[in-house]
Design a protein around this ligand. Sequence first.
Ligand code: 5GP
Length: 113
Amino acid sequence: MTTKTLFEKIRDREIPATIVYEDDEFIAFKDIKPAAKVHVLIVPKKPYPTLEAVEMNDQMQLRLLQLARRLAKELGVSDNYKLHLNVGDKVQAVPHLHLHLLGGFDKETPTAL
Ligand code: 5GP
């Protein structure tokens, strides 16, 4: 039996998280250490270790982006958000593909990216 990733444990309700969205393919929950007013992680339930483990033509990538736009709207930041995706073990803390949705910035607070 393989060890579950942290996000699989959240998916399976073994670790608590504030879940904001779920369907058959994705789960989205608040980041435990938010870097913006809105900071949600959008995670495919299938534990791809990284974006580079996804087949180039896999339409999941499109659905992930569509879901990010939908959640940005639902969370009230559709005119003010960033999507951030770390790829590779040098920059990923959690080896399970996830898209950061960060939103609710104000002009006074400069951001790194
Ligand atoms: P990465 O650096 O892999 O792109 O981002 C991993 C993210 O997962 C970080 O922003 C971190 O704050 C978040 N995170 C780590 N552990 C937990 C946890 O137990 N619960 C939640 N909700 N987020 C977590």
